[in-house]
Design a protein around this ligand. Sequence first.
Ligand code: PMP
Length: 405
Amino acid sequence: MLDIAAIRTQFPILGREIYGKPLIYLDNAATSQHPQCVIERIADSYCRVNANVHRGVHTLSQEATNAHENARKRVQRFINARHSHEIIFTRGTTEAINLVAHSFGEAFLHDGDEVIVTTMEHHSNIVPWQLLQSRKDIKLRVIPINERGELDMEVFRNLFTERTRLVSVMHASNVLGTINPIEEIIACAHAHGVPVLIDGAQGVPHLAVDVQRLDADFYVFSAHKVYGPTGIGVLYGKEKWLDAMPPYQGGGEMIAQVSFERTTFNELPYKFEAGTPDYVGTAAFATALDWIEATGFEAMKAHEDDLLQYATQRLYEIDGMRILGTADHKTPVISFLVDNIHHYDMGMLLDKLGIAVRTGHHCAQPLMHTLGIEGTVRASFAVYNTREEIDAFVAAVNRVSNMLR
Ligand code: PMP
């Protein structure tokens, strides 16, 4: 059992008041808050260590380089990648998917080829493929969902054609909370000789990920959703794919030799890391992963599962409550609507009561279209949330609903 009260004291922001009420932060699927150790690591990097990484012979540069490269090994261990050079640092999930769409797309996708995605994808796993469509005549094939918000695996198995070149699907939905059967998806795609990209932005915070056991070809996620800093993301890719893909951006770091006649590229991972990396961010990200490990990932998950069950059951006590996404396996994310109350009104009034939830389409407009709605109110939980906060949240939703009805 975790001591949640003790964990909360490590998060300075949780001491804030909003409109004179204690902050109840239920927007963790958008970004999680930071423990003191992560904040201190950022300050410490700037106070004691700061210097540009790689190639510097002076002490500060070597220390900064070590911190950055140790962070890469820390991420490697977190998701059990075979090699540390299979970990590419990006600005986030979005940049990681754009990198693959651009670079894998350049090398492996041709006119007439097909990429399989799902109805529930975040825009960041839709639009990069559409940008590629301006250069190549590729098609998106879409796996539909059932009324519970689960993928229709029967349809998925029949979407493969001889032109399928990639399956690109989310591990878990940021709207519905659905945990997709990615083991089955990967096995099925591989049986057709097709590689798979997993958007793990909502997977990594709540599910233990072992990329070798999964046999994922690409797995991408953002540090800021796992208690780490903003502006850092990870592209894990199997060496064989990354080696065969051309660079994404050009500049410093990513080259071996440059002349005006001919440039050769650096080895992995640097081939994909043009320019000065966010080495302060990567070091703090490693601290966040250490913090998760020290706190206990499985215990965190058990607590979050408890919050999900409790909040679901309590929300259904409210008249007119409709929860979107009722899959058996969910991350601690609840999207809901009450009667015909607008999600935006609900979110605004909850804020006045100190409660932070997200409202809108959650960067998943095709999913909203499928559900026949414009948006939802979304509450999402992290390890520092409590049953008492959920009680206050449910009481607030009830109060706001009665006001607006
Ligand atoms: N995919 C999913 C499933 C997400 O939830 C998010 C963040 N909302 C993203 C991609 C994009 O992540 P980022 O903004 O950190 O690049």
